[in-house]
Design a protein around this ligand. Structure first.
Ligand code: TYM
Length: 343
């Protein structure tokens, strides 16, 4: 096939600015976005509207949002190749979410695993927490994305997005592309270092030794990995057994960073003397991956003019696509923004 006729897939994927980016976000998602940005058309919003579904410190939220933009660029997202922008700056996302709220049955949302988990820990659950996946659907559908690269935990939300799109198409006629979730084969679920049975998450960032933040210093990373939960088998190999989840997780982290196969990874540890060696080698690869990212991040974050310029550029590029798509949707529903009836 001549190169000119190969259609680039269009991807949309988001990340929340609540707290610093952690290693799970990077290995399960961001690293893959970076690797594929030459062969795909990428739309990457920092989803600040999603973050306010749980309480945020208003003085901190915008700082964290800009910090995350800097971190994504430091990780390798190139603003010349990917449209990197702030979700709330493109108001079409929120308007489309409202329209889709009106065609999405509540029962679909109540079934979402993440909603059930998050609702459990709250005294009073906001409507926003319930309709969170509808906003996520709007993020995806407004760019006609055909692929959504995410970690395992977001797969159910992308499947729901397909259902939401299909229902709208059935009611109002063909409007939305049905997107597919793309979950990496390795690293899709980086687990907590303190408890390898739950995924590494920013929500537990306050628990010491749970997560590695992309801004942790080398000593902290070394300490967290050294303290990580393992088992008493003293055998360094991949395993699906629950009791061996800790070692499996450390090997998985090592595998995504080195890009090696399962056999190659296990061979690397043939000469290791116990879990002490495993932990120090995993620390070494994590630190050498994160150090240059941290250095770039600190350079960028001190250049707020440049960051502001890049954000404006991303916002404008996103609006150029999202606004006309919203017009199409609104017209289908009977809401005409570009009213010509005045003559
Ligand atoms: P968020 O901000 O929680 O996470 C961003 C990305 O990181 C992945 N991830 C992980 N992958 C592997 N192991 C982990 N421990 C881990 N923790 C997080 C997530 O799967 C995700 O890909 N609802 C989304 C944000 C969002 C979105 C969207 C995503 C809003 N709109 C539209 C895709 C498309 C979220 O909270 O991701």
């Amino acid at each position: 096939m001549p190169a000119a006729s190969i259609k680039k897939s269009r991807i949309l994927t988001g990340i929340q600015p609540s707290g610093d980016m952690q290693l799970g976000n990077y290995l399960g998602a961001v690293k893959h976005w970076v690797m594929n940005q030459d062969v795909q058309t990428n739309f990457i919003p920092v989803v600040d509207l999603h973050s306010i579904t749980v309480k945020q410190d208003p003085r901190e939220l915008y700082r964290q949002t800009v910090s995350l933009v800097a971190m994504l660029i430091a990780c390798g997202i190139d603003p010349d190749k990917s449209t990197l922008f702030i979700q709330s700056h493109v108001s079409a996302h929120a308007v489309l979410a409202w329209v889709l709220n009106c065609t999405t049955p509540v029962g679909w949302l109540e079934r979402m695993i993440q909603y059930k988990e998050k609702a459990q820990n709250q005294e009073r659950v906001s409507t926003g927490l319930l309709t969170y996946p509808v906003l996520m659907a709007a993020d995806i559908l407004i760019y006609d994305a055909d692929e959504v690269p995410v970690g395992e935990d977001q797969k159910q939300h992308v499947e729901l997005t397909r259902d939401i799109a299909e229902r709208f198409n059935n009611i109002y006629g063909e409007t939305f592309v049905l997107p597919e979730a793309v979950v990496p084969k390795v690293g899709a679920r980086v687990m907590g270092l303190d408890n390898p049975l739950i995924k590494m998450s920013k929500s537990y960032a306050h628990v010491r030794g749970h997560a590695i933040s992309m801004l942790d210093d080398s000593k902290e990373i070394e300490r967290s990995i050294k303290r990580s939960v393992t088992d008493s088998y003293n055998e360094i190999r991949f395993s699906n057994e629950k009791e061996r989840a800790g070692v499996n997780n450390l090997l998985g982290i090592y595998q995504v960073i080195t890009g090696k196969t399962v056999d190659e990874v296990e061979n690397d540890f043939n000469d290791a003397r116990g879990y002490g060696d495993l932990k120090s080698r995993v620390s070494d690869v994590v630190i050498s991956e994160i150090e240059p990212i941290k250095k770039r991040y600190h350079e960028l974050i001190n250049n707020s003019d440049e960051l502001g310029r890049l954000i404006q550029k991303g916002d404008a590029a996103a609006k150029q696509y999202a606004d006309p798509k919203l017009d199409i949707v609104l017209e289908k529903v009977g809401l005409h923004r570009n009213d010509n009836t005045g003559g």
